[in-house]
Design a protein around this ligand. Structure first.
Ligand SMILES: CC(=O)SCCNC(=O)CCNC(=O)[C@H](O)C(C)(C)COP(=O)(O)OP(=O)(O)OC[C@H]1O[C@@H](n2cnc3c(N)ncnc32)[C@H](O)[C@@H]1OP(=O)(O)O
Length: 153
């Protein structure tokens, strides 16, 4: 077997996470549409990755608040779900993360905004105490208040 050259490592994107998931029957209700709790758990997961990517190393992040979640459009079994989570505001140890969820009809190839929400995560140090997070890069705070269709996963 030929030895492969060492593959390079590159920095992960900062303050943002995109994610794709498929909707299976186990994720849906009797109407064949995704459970709200299933969508919320995907949003929490994507938001937590964006929070970790912003807060950096040195401890964990925890969900402190889920706010203003709106289910605009049902997501159906067989759809793909595309999530875009980005940090839009930071305090001392808290990070506000906007999450936009799109349903993707795999047959037509069309995407549609389905769910939106705002999450607050808090960065903790190794002892579980709130720890300071870096400031938000310039432009992200104002550019991220609305869905960013160009950034869909
Ligand atoms: C990834 C997961 O699934 S985690 C599981 C679900 N989440 C949890 O179990 C978290 C449980 N909650 C906790 O551990 C605590 O309440 C914490 C860590 C969120 C906050 O701890 P506190 O001792 O209240 O911290 P403190 O009062 O110093 O506040 C720290 C920061 O959190 C913010 N904060 C605390 N609670 C909330 C809240 N409910 N909503 C929004 N922000 C909050 C504060 O405004 C403060 O922000 P700042 O540092 O930017 O000014």
């Amino acid at each position: 077997m030929t030895d492969l050259p060492a593959l390079p490592t590159t920095p992960a994107p900062r303050s943002r996470a995109r994610m794709l998931e498929l909707v299976f029957p186990k994720d849906t209700n009797y109407l064949g549409t995704a459970f709200g709790g299933f969508v919320l758990s995907l949003m929490d997961k994507a938001a937590s990755v964006a929070a970790v990517r912003h807060a950096g190393t040195g401890g964990a992040v925890v969900t402190a608040r889920m706010d203003g979640v709106d289910f605009h459009t049902p997501i159906r079994v067989g759809d793909a779900v595309a999530l875009d989570a980005r940090v839009v505001r930071v305090g001392r140890s808290s990070m506000t993360i906007r999450v936009d969820v799109y349903r993707e009809n795999m047959a037509s190839g069309e995407q549609q905004l389905a769910t939106t929400g705002v999450f607050v995560f808090v960065a903790l140090d190794e002892e579980g105490r709130p720890r300071p997070v870096p400031p938000l890069a310039e432009g992200l705070d104002t550019a991220s208040q609305h869905p960013d269709p160009e950034a869909r996963p």
